[in-house]
Design a protein around this ligand. Sequence first.
Ligand code: HAM
Length: 429
Amino acid sequence: MDVKAPRGTQDILPSESEKWQYVEKVLTNLCRTFNYKEIRTPIFEHTELFQRGVGDTTDIVQKEMYTFKDKGDRSITLRPEGTASVVRAYVQNKLYGLPTQPSKLFYFGPMFRYERPQQGRMRQFVQFGVEALGSADPAIDAEVMALAMNSYQQLGLQSLKLVINSLGDDASREAHRNALMEHFEPYRTALCNDCQIRLNQNPLRVLDCKDDRNHPAMKNAPSILDYLNDYSSTYFEEVKGYLDQMGIPYVIDKNLVRGLDYYNHTAFEIMSDAEGFGAITTLSGGGRYNGLVADLGGPETPGIGFALSVERLLMALEAEGITLPIDQKLDCYLVALGEEAQKEAVRLTYQLRKAGIQVDKDYMDRKFKAQFKAADRLHAKYVIVLGEEELQDKIVNVKHMKSGIQKEVPVNELVDYLNKELQGGNEHD
Ligand code: HAM
């Protein structure tokens, strides 16, 4: 049997998973400071949710979904993103009825897209995202962008660029749509097959086509910013004003359209300009989606959010040479000598663990010296030695590895002793 993990997926081994845990901890704490609460939704949903939510004409829905029939003959899809699911949950659970509006939610979880794998593009990847539902205040657009930028800055990243655009409201989009159709019509046959269809269905999608990116007609395509009506352009001005007030730098890219259909008004992406980051420079993206809640059966409710993938975040950390401050040390390792001491070691290890002390012992029948080596490999801060003599005297020998200082400690005082030592006592490293 030669079964490997499917293409575009990865195993996250212990040396890496500690980084993931650290990142999750920092981002969860960031959400706490911004007052976003966690929501967990299913990994699969009815296919229709994404067809309607993400949009029938998007690449995600047309080409990238993991869709299958379950045994009840229902069409099920592994979620390609989190927003549609969160909005579904918001509607289904009537979160709009709660007095605490806007509903500010965050999530972590695996997403699935059948894309051509390359560095930073996986078929299963983990998104961290936030959604703020129920407010059309431009200040919350700025809040979400601030949170997005902080997600990276808190981890030490610096080579970041916040790129923003406005996609306007329905009326502005309609005017822009007509202008795009008119603009691209003469070039129709020179565009890729997909774009010829997009031109009829959703000409905005032509602007983010990977194949036609360098077509000359792209350069002077009508910009949405020239079609914003008063409400939309005032809204955009206010969003920018709040970013200025918070001191968050940004650049405007009038060609930024995003690959999902639900967006209107604010759209943004965060890029890495770190050297060596690779071909894909987008770290995260988001925007406003004022029609989505109603489209999915809820009351007319505005919303905005963003998502990043942890995979690309870790790549960016590597590109900027940032090492996360992960404590890889083990508090204690218990070295036991002799048959009786080994037995006592099982009891003592368990007693320490129950007291919340991190401790491990030998299970490989190692000799005394080899047990010390094992303790070293695990970067044990303290080694507790238990031999026949110590067993008789009901003591152990505790060695602080860094200083080499040893101390005899009565077994019944060991928990207290270690707790004192570990909690800011003598353990300064
Ligand atoms: P998205 O731009 O499709 O937006 O994805 C957001 C982020 O997910 C990307 O910027 C990228 O970091 C990551 N990502 C996407 N596809 C992959 C992949 N195949 N491999 C690795 N990372 C990937 C959304 O998903 C929206 N739901 C964001 C949002 C939330 N908008 C409003 N609220």
